[in-house]
Ligand binder design. Sequence first.
Ligand code: TEU
Length: 561
Amino acid sequence: MEKDWWKKSVVYQVYPQSFKDTTGSGMGDIKGIIEKLPYLADLGIDVIWLNPIYQSPLVDNGYDISDYFKINPEYGTMDDFKSLLEKAHFLGIKIIMDLVVNHTSDQHEWFKKSCESRDNEYSDFYIWKDPKEDGSAPTNWGSTFGGPAWEYVESRGQYYLHLFAKEQPDLNWEKPKVREAIYDMMKFWFELGIDGFRMDVISLISKRQDWPDAPEDAVYTKSYYIGASNGPRVHEFLHEMNQEVLSKYNTMTVGETANTNSDQAILYTDPEREELDMVFHFDHMHLDYGPYGKFSDIRFKMSDLRDVLTEWQCKLEGRGWNSLYWSNHDQPRAVTRFGNDTNYRVESAKMLGTLLHMMKGTPYIYQGEELGMRNVRFTSFDQYKDIETYGVKKEFEEKQLAEEYIKESIFLKSRDNARTPMPWNGSEMSGFGFTTGTPWIDFSPDNVWINVENCFADKNSVYYHYKELIRLRKELPVVVDGTYELINQTDSDVYGYIRILAKQKLVVICSFAENKVNYTLPIELKRSSAKLLLSNYHDTKKELDDLELRPYEAVIYLIEE
Ligand code: TEU
């Protein structure tokens, strides 16, 4: 099989507990994914990224692993997983799993033993530090989910580090035996036949050994970044992982690298460095961050989005590889955050798909994005389930922020927006085709009208637009291999770019305006001979010329000469 197959691939992210439940437990399961493989094959995707399905107490929905070698019985058995692998591969679909090795669950055997004493085999599998002179924690770092990043354990008279929940103790990557155990685990899954890994917070695995305090003005829940992101040995560790494991298989790897800029991304993804294939950056996710980080009721600016995406397209050209995403299980729904989820939900969802999927890199579709699913207006806070959301509510109440602000910023940014069950049909009686039981999290009330069945029945649905975008990627070499150039630098509502490969030139123009806008095309691009490949309006003019763009109109023209 060819190397770099992932450059031509479209990835679909399945959030297992919300995808399809076949047992009535209210939790999605592996058999449910198997049942829906034809749906994914029909969409045209090439790779499925599975969020963690390992044994876990589910404090952080599986990102707290208590046994790396076992499937969580909530999702099924190892035989179910082997069957999923076999059936997906038969359909030409690869499977990548989630590698969560910055931390484990506090219920992992390693951690239980590590807590027992300072001199057993697992004592320093985690990061233990003595209290400061005054008995306080080793550093002033905050945890992502609120509260300090250090937890005191009497039995050891020490604190342990947890950048996330206290139930997620950080592994000590300085210890060769920890790395060895992780590499052995990775080989186990590769030998089973998986095709790669998405690597959870992989930019955090190397900590500065001088343990600096964070500046007082750091956003508390990310104040660990100073000592734990893009750390001193992170590239050494990843190169070692590559040499010990990854290079021995024909794999795809994507690192989730919080707090990483485009220059640093080249260090992670330059093939010469033999580390990772690509990374998820957060620069476009941070465009609507405010004084409290992600949970701010601030809207992004399109010109900022254009600048950020252009920076990443150009910086990594010929030196690395981009991942392309709008959302995932940690982010709110794309059409709410970046589009217009009321009057122009379908148009803007299609526009966002067009903008992203014609760029250079590997596109990721988060389950439900292809339906144009939007944020969920829960009526009661109790409907939220996510540990991050509860942490934010507590933090904001302690800061005595206005109740309305807390409610709105949680509606806008809670991770639960993306975690409501996948709606296969519009019948609440049938659990929207997701479950015959009570779902682990409430359904979105939108499911009655936004669901797979309705999308199948509507030839103008977001689903068919995504299907077309995927088809264009497979048919036109310029999409995978072409270079990227921004068309306009000044326009505030329209994002236009071109992709160039030999005689093929793709012209992509996307409006972020809620009203009609006149768009003047640079004279050198005007062609009557150009071919309109795709639009989110059915009557877009065929010639490539100045355009009167309707709200959120997105067009793709092909010039061949
Ligand atoms: O997320 C990494 C991370 O930093 C998240 O906290 C993310 O920035 C935040 O949720 C945005 O609001 C990874 C996983 O994707 C996430 O689901 C886990 O909770 C986290 O790591 C810990 O494993």
